[in-house]
Write a protein that binds this ligand. Structure first.
Ligand code: AMP
Ligand code: ZN
Length: 472
């Protein structure tokens, strides 16, 4: 298996430090807003990488941090006259809801920055002891001049960086490239006690401290969007390697931007659609297919045209999946078991995904498979159901478990979009009232109407629940 390493700028053989275990850290959201569909691209592609490693038999520990203390959160809290804790917990909840809707697999841990302050202080103390950090009136900075290989990830050299560093003029810093490890408290900001006085951590130290806590001193894969290569990941390397004196990350993996009219979609530019807005228009599977159909490292333009075509692609998979489920239920026994080389599709899928997670090619293999399967189904009658079992197994192992572009468990929901859950709940309430009023004719009518739409009601002592079924 090959993986493109930003650090060496080459495709390398993937050899984890401690197989079959793989440790993977992904820089997660800063929770001051709903995340946008650009962030979603990075989250979904990280999910596909993680799922493929699991497909290969690795035991993946996947960590995604939540940055819940930050300038933007403080700004938002001041604007909305709320506490930073309220802002952060509101958008953390929203983050979990959207991740679930995008059918992203839950991380092993979602560490929150504010719950790791003491770990961050320990790392900063160690850096100070080793001479990599200096304290100026309660602000602690990392001394970039002390870390001789600074710039090795981004390929920038410190002289060029210094001459270009108009940013962040700060009288207290020895060098414009130095960055904050600990920020002295300002009025009405959240703060914690520390050896340097009250304050809060800088952004970069969060990831160094949380990755060591949950994954150890050296990790296999560290991922994030391209915008994080410099300075965020460069600074993480400087902190972690100075502190622990060993290689921090074996493979650096970076996701290309989702652009809108050829410009990076970003919260600060305001040119974004939230993931939840897009999820109201397109299914999660179509959105995931839209992302998967471009290489994770390159740019991708957001467009309704591409999303519509992904939605059509998803419907093709859905149609076959529905046919498969129906035939498996029929459980036909017959002599007709067409020759279909499913193994070839498995090996094609694995071959392209082994080549640095080539998901566009992998999706192409799945569509070839669907075309071939549909042709066989059209040309044969009365096929034994074992044939359909084989089709289902392939689609589950590849399209569902790796790319997440079909979910057999959700077919009924996907195929019955005519009535949404809210409408169903409303009709259940109406039926409850009818029953109380002994209007059993109306209650029965509601049950029949729902059943015609593929919604089956189940009454129990605690109330009425429903399940959706595939309409024959
Ligand atoms: P943020 O909440 O801005 O810290 O970003 C969360 C994650 O989304 C990080 O891994 C970013 O690199 C990534 N990201 C931000 N904007 C985009 C974009 N337009 N396209 C792809 N990934 C992005
Ligand atoms: Zn990070």
């Amino acid at each position: 298996m090959k993986i493109y390493n930003t650090f060496t700028k080459t495709k390398e053989d993937f050899q984890p430090i401690n197989p079959p275990n793989v440790t993977m850290y992904m820089c997660g959201p800063t929770v001051y807003n709903y995340f946008h569909i650009g962030n979603a691209r990075s989250f979904v592609m990280a999910d596909i990488v993680r799922r493929y490693l699991e497909f290969k038999g690795f035991n993946v520990k996947f960590i995604m941090n939540i940055t819940d203390v930050d300038d933007n959160i403080i700004k938002k809290a001041n604007e909305e006259k709320k506490s930073t804790t309220d802002v952060a917990s509101f958008y953390t909840e929203a983050f979990f809801e959207d991740v679930k809707r995008l059918k992203i697999k839950t991380a092993s841990v979602y560490p929150k920055a504010t719950l790791h302050i003491s770990e961050m202080i320990e790392v900063i103390k160690e850096l100070e002891k080793k001479g990599f950090a200096y304290n100026v009136n309660g602000n602690v900075f990392y001394d970039v001049s002390k870390f001789s290989s600074y710039g090795k990830l981004s390929g920038k050299n410190t002289e060029d960086l210094e001459s270009g560093a108009r940013v962040d003029v700060n009288e207290e810093k020895k060098n414009p490239l130095d960055f904050a490890l600990w920020k002295k408290v300002k009025e009405s900001e959240p703060s914690w006690d520390s050896p340097w006085g009250k304050g809060r951590p800088g952004w970069h130290i969060e990831c160094s401290a949380m990755s060591i806590k949950h994954l150890g001193k050296s990790i296999d894969i560290h991922a994030g969007g391209n915008d994080l290569i410099f300075p965020h990941h460069e600074n993480e390397i400087a902190q972690s390697e100075a502190c622990f004196e060993q290689k921090f990350v074996k493979y650096w993996l970076h996701f290309g931007f989702l652009n809108i009219q050829n410009e990076k979609m970003s919260k600060s530019l305001g040119n974004f659609f939230t993931a939840r807005e897009v999820l109201d228009k397109y299914s999660a599977e179509a959105i995931r297919l839209f992302f998967a159909q471009t290489n994770y490292g390159g740019p991708l333009n957001f467009s309704d045209e591409l999303l519509n075509s992904a939605q059509k692609g998803y419907e093709k998979i859905l149609n076959l999946a529905e046919k498969i489920e129906r035939e498996i239920n029929l459980n036909t026994r017959s002599e007709i078991i067409p020759d279909f080389d499913v193994k070839k599709y498995y090996s094609d899928f694995e071959k392209v995904m082994d080549d640095d997670f080539n998901s566009p090619q992998a999706a192409a293999v799945i569509f070839d498979f669907i075309r071939a399967a549909n042709k066989i189904i059209a040309e044969n009658n009365n096929i034994d159901s074992i044939f359909y079992q084989g089709l289902k197994q392939f689609l589950k192992n590849t399209a569902e478990n790796v790319l997440g572009i079909i979910h057999f468990g959700d077919l009924a929901n996907a195929l019955n979009p005519n009535i949404d859950n809210e409408q169903i709940e409303m009709l259940i309430k109406k039926r409850d009232i009818a029953k109380k009023e002994k209007n059993f004719a109306l209650a029965d009518q509601i049950r029949t109407e729902l059943s015609n739409l593929g919604v089956i009601l189940q009454d129990s002592k605690t109330g009425t629940t429903f399940k959706k079924i595939i309409l024959k």
